[in-house]
Design a protein around this ligand. Structure first.
Ligand SMILES: [Fe+2]
Length: 177
């Protein structure tokens, strides 16, 4: 999850803010704030990763990991609210749907290897109860569901094949509805 979060922020920093600045030079204060907030989140991300590794190695207490999650949650949630309120407002004003799709392709899809993409989708679908309403809400076309999502969701439950195999997370069995 931390890898994906970093990838997401880097995509915005390298591709989205410069594009918005080019389209609307008056938005620089908001865009500078977005970048500064991403940088402020880097420290808590590193700390959480270190505590999570420590937990696996037996040198960190679970409560230290939970504290690290809480330390990350505050600036991350504040940033998401700020981004939704102000940066996405600029996006909806100055970018077309086509611009947005091109940006997503350049920022997040092009640099991902096939294995990273599979791992990302497997992570997204793991533990989800894929009933009809959930599939409809996720906007999943039936061929994608049957060809990609369903097999990955099934694989997640095969010991040794799950992306969590060999980690303590393999023992977590809660379902997301
Ligand atoms: Fe962001």
């Amino acid at each position: 999850m931390m890898h994906t979060l970093r990838w997401h922020h880097e995509g915005e920093d390298h591709h989205l803010w410069p594009l918005l600045l080019e389209r609307e030079p008056g938005s620089s204060a908001v865009l500078d704030a977005m970048q500064a907030e991403h940088h402020a989140i880097d420290g808590p991300v590193l700390a959480l990763e270190a505590h999570a590794r420590g937990l696996v190695a037996g040198r960190t207490e679970p409560r230290d990991v939970m504290d690290a999650v809480k330390t990350l949650a505050k600036p991350l949630i504040e940033h998401l609210a700020h981004e939704e309120d102000e940066a996405m407002e600029i996006v909806s004003r100055v970018l077309s749907h086509r611009d947005w799709n091109d940006f997503e392709q350049r920022a997040w899809i092009d640099g991902y290897t096939v294995w990273e993409s599979v791992r990302f989708v497997a992570w997204m679908v793991d533990g989800v109860e894929w009933n009809r309403p959930i599939r409809r809400r996720a906007g999943l076309p039936a061929p994608i569901y049957w060809a990609v999502v369903k097999p990955l969701a099934l694989i997640a439950h095969v010991p040794g094949l799950s992306i969590w195999a060999g980690t303590p997370a393999a023992r977590v069995r809660s379902r997301v509805a």
